[in-house]
Design a protein around this ligand. Structure first.
Ligand SMILES: C[S@@+](CC[C@H](N)C(=O)[O-])C[C@H]1O[C@@H](n2cnc3c(N)ncnc32)[C@H](O)[C@@H]1O
Length: 257
């Protein structure tokens, strides 16, 4: 993919492992002259950028605060106007809770072209790694990608009814510390407390961990497991197909070989 100067590539870095990058994303990173990367982008992926590439961390990492969105937008604009090949690198897929719409709109409003390069989103990585599908004929006819939290870190008020259908697989992003409350909200909306679920921490990475449990028991299970990395919660019958996970919670994928 030729990268025209002055154009910003909004690229999905996938869940962490460099071999889960698309070939297009790899080419973009290898050809970058300026790389602005989020907190969830792994060191392994950042290391693929040329030594001479200007690497700018924009997310919260190693005690440093996140850059404000407006600062990131202006920085991308300035670098693109200098004629550099700018790559904005985001964990997972940039179109899934990645603010890609806001960033593209800002750049377009200032006359800068963009191109989105998709990536493997956390839910897909979790399902592949732990051996369950996200949809399944006769069992899960809908995949609902949602977040549990609002901008001020509260639990979202509306929208839960959409997840009550027993044939919905729900992938809940963000709000690791609100997952027990989210499970309660789902049960209150009519989802059975016996519905199987899996919280996956660090999906797609060697240190990934699956924390399975029935919806009604997730609170204490998650409290005991105390995940500290990024977590995506998958709720639905499909998670019962997870290979060997449901039988022995919580499991460390790295140990499973
Ligand atoms: C701002 S969203 C970005 C999502 C990302 N664009 C994607 O497609 O995966 C951040 C949230 O995604 C989820 N997430 C991202 N990477 C993850 C990973 N490797 N394992 C588990 N969850 C992850 C977590 O819920 C995290 O709080």
């Amino acid at each position: 993919m030729p990268h025209e100067p002055g154009k910003v590539l909004l690229v999905g870095a996938g869940p962490g492992a460099a071999d889960l990058l698309t070939v297009r994303a790899l080419r973009a990173v290898e050809g970058a002259q300026a790389l602005l990367y989020d907190a969830l982008v792994s060191d392994e992926v950042i290391a693929l950028a040329p030594d001479a590439c200007l690497k700018i961390q924009t997310g919260k990492r190693a005690g440093r605060a996140s850059m404000k969105q407006n600062t990131i937008n202006r920085l991308m604009l300035r670098l693109a106007r200098r004629g550099l090949r700018v790559v904005r690198l985001k964990g997972g897929d940039p179109s899934v809770f990645g603010r890609v719409g806001e960033e593209a709109a800002f750049l377009h409003a200032h006359g800068i072209a963009t191109e989105v390069v998709p990536g493997v989103t956390a839910a897909s990585a979790a399902a592949a790694q732990f051996g369950f599908p996200l949809t399944h004929r006769g069992e899960a006819r809908r995949l609902l990608v949602a977040t549990a939290t609002t901008e001020d870190s509260g639990l979202t008020q509306g929208g839960w009814a959409a997840a009550a259908d027993p044939q919905t697989t729900l992938a809940l992003y963000m709000g690791r510390d609100r997952l027990a409350a989210a499970a309660e909200r789902l049960i209150a909306q009519g989802r059975s407390p016996l519905t199987p679920a899996i919280a996956v921490e660090n999906a797609g990475r060697p240190e990934a961990r699956a924390i399975p449990g029935a919806l009604g028991e997730l609170g204490p299970i998650l409290a005991a497991a105390a995940p500290s990395g990024p977590v995506v919660l998958i709720v639905g019958e499909v998670t019962a197909q997870a290979a060997g996970v449901a039988a022995r919670p919580p499991m460390n994928f790295a140990e499973a070989g």
